[in-house]
Design a protein around this ligand. Structure first.
Ligand SMILES: [Fe+2]
Length: 164
């Protein structure tokens, strides 16, 4: 998992998460801090294992989870779609961490698609599907104090109870 450690210690990665923390300091709804990224990374890998996708390595699954929201701060600042900008920002970090070009492309595509619920007419890799599902499963909505005001509650798997 050395390449994942390279991601978490990358200065750009730390800076983007810091920006997320700053932008969400007073946010009532879901935040996009490091702990969310780690939760999504773990769940992404777990889902891939459950679905029988052993050819996607743990380092690839974790990279997608760790990096999938690194551009969230940009969306708060100027409305840029955070999936798109997170994918772009992930490129240099993945390269510096030692991921091959084909791995970078797979991970970046999954990040760019992580908000897409619909799959029609869009090529999605198993990694892309797992990342999207893991992102939603990571939120324990029934424990959230902002649940009554959340526009996404009805789409969330844990809206009433823990789904195991
Ligand atoms: Fe996101």
């Amino acid at each position: 998992m050395e390449r994942c450690t390279n991601i978490t210690s990358n200065q750009k990665y730390r800076l983007y998460l810091h920006y997320n923390n700053e932008e969400e300091a007073d946010r009532l709804f879901c935040r996009h801090h490091f702990d969310h990224s780690v939760s999504v990374a773990r769940l992404t890998y777990l889902l891939l294992l459950e679905e029988g996708q052993p050819f996607i390595s743990r380092e690839i699954a974790y990279a997608a989870g760790l990096l999938h929201d690194i551009g969230r701060w940009k969306e708060y600042q100027d409305g840029t779609d955070h999936a798109k900008i997170s994918s772009e920002l992930a490129g240099p970090i993945l390269k510096e961490a030692g991921y091959s070009l084909s791995e970078q492309q797979l991970i970046k595509q999954a990040i760019a698609q992580h908000r897409n619920k619909k799959t029609e007419n869009v090529h999605r890799s198993p990694l892309s599907k797992a990342l999207n599902k893991a992102d939603r499963l990571s939120r324990i909505c029934f424990e959230c104090e902002a649940r009554d005001e959340c526009y996404k509650l009805n789409e969330q798997p844990h809206q009433r109870r823990l789904i195991l």
